[in-house]
Design a protein around this ligand. Structure first.
Ligand SMILES: Nc1nc2c(ncn2[C@@H]2O[C@H](COP(=O)(O)OP(=O)(O)O)[C@@H](O)[C@H]2O)c(=O)[nH]1
Ligand SMILES: [Mg+2]
Length: 301
């Protein structure tokens, strides 16, 4: 398909058009995840750019080189691509403990309102309060599509971490994340593509984001970026071809999250217990050492 056709399809996409209608869903939520610096903000700007006419790249999402650059995302910002499609920049995916992972899944499940600060919580009660708050204003009507952004300049993905994330995406949303490999001109994207394929990813597209320094629209780059949105919509259409119930899907996500938080809490307690045990053993060992010295000292002299 030509870029102009892809663009037209995306702009005119409506959830009502499927064989069973929208089944209660009112918009598609493209949920971005990925390590800091891998190109999420640039990807949002690129998507907006290829859907607009002309060659003026507007920096809707602030991009930056590192965490000190002030561009690190702590608020769950949303950007409308069309009337029916919204993209969300989520926080997370750097080295995380199990509670931070739970927070990431809370974002994925849409339990943290858009526009709200994402705080890393570190205990069971805080997380549960967060979930109860979400219950006050539940958002059933977003159809979630996970997208994982990974830079070709980085070493191969941590297989176990990514695999778990992908499996959990299936459990929560019924979809594998679409894998977007960014910075394809600067790294071995073919090798990274292969690794993601081996992990079972279904859609992997390598792109070069449009940036302020490099914004001239070319056929191939524009097509690749549009194709990602198009593939996401194909996923949505496929899922909506089956009988769905947004409320039941929400409850399903919530169940998964509750189990996850429970597990995180167990892990934290076990970790504390392990550390306490190690400390106790170390103390015991020192005490024995001291005792030995005391008993043997006169014979050495
Ligand atoms: N060459 C190149 N640079 C990119 C690409 N995507 C992002 N960048 C650069 O990488 C840096 C981090 O990007 P950013 O979008 O802020 O990453 P985020 O932390 O995931 O939102 C910025 O300096 C971008 O200009 C790309 O596809 N190619
Ligand atoms: Mg960003």
């Amino acid at each position: 398909m030509e870029p102009s056709q892809l663009r037209q399809k995306i702009l005119s996409f409506s959830l009502d058009d499927g064989p069973r209608g929208n089944q209660g869903y009112s918009r598609v939520l493209l949920q971005l995840f990925g390590y800091t610096g891998h190109g999420k903000s640039c990807f949002i700007n690129s998507c907006k750019y290829v859907l607009e006419e002309g060659e003026t790249l507007t920096p809707y999402a602030k991009a930056g080189d590192n965490e000190d650059g002030g561009a690190v995302t702590t608020i769950r910002n949303a950007y409308d691509l069309t009337e029916n499609i919204t993209m969300v920049d989520n926080r997370g995916y750097n080295a995380m403990n199990s509670f931070q992972r739970a927070e990431m899944y809370a974002q994925l499940g849409n339990f943290i309102p858009v526009g709200e600060e994402v705080e890393w919580m570190d205990d069971y009660t805080a997380m549960m309060h967060r979930l109860e708050d979400a219950e006050l204003n539940p958002n059933y009507s977003d159809f979630i599509v996970p997208i994982l952004i990974y830079s070709a300049t980085c070493s191969l993905p941590d297989r176990k971490e990514v695999q778990t994330f992908m499996d959990n995406c299936i459990r929560m949303t019924g979809l594998y994340p679409i894998i977007v490999i960014t910075k394809k001109k600067s790294g071995d994207f073919i090798e990274i593509d292969k690794q993601f394929k081996l992990m079972g990813a279904e859609v992997i597209i390598a792109i070069e984001n449009y940036t302020n320094e490099d914004y001239i629209k070319t056929h191939g780059r524009t097509k690749d970026i549009l194709m990602i949105i198009h593939k996401a919509l194909e996923d949505v259409t496929f899922r909506l071809g089956q009988e769905r119930n947004p409320r039941r899907d929400w409850v399903q996500r919530k169940k998964f999250l509750l189990e996850y938080i429970h597990k995180a809490d167990q892990e934290k307690k076990e970790e504390q217990w392990r550390r306490e045990e190690e400390r106790r053993r170390e103390e015991e060992r020192r005490r024995e050492e001291r005792n030995k010295k005391f008993w043997f000292w006169p014979f050495w002299k």
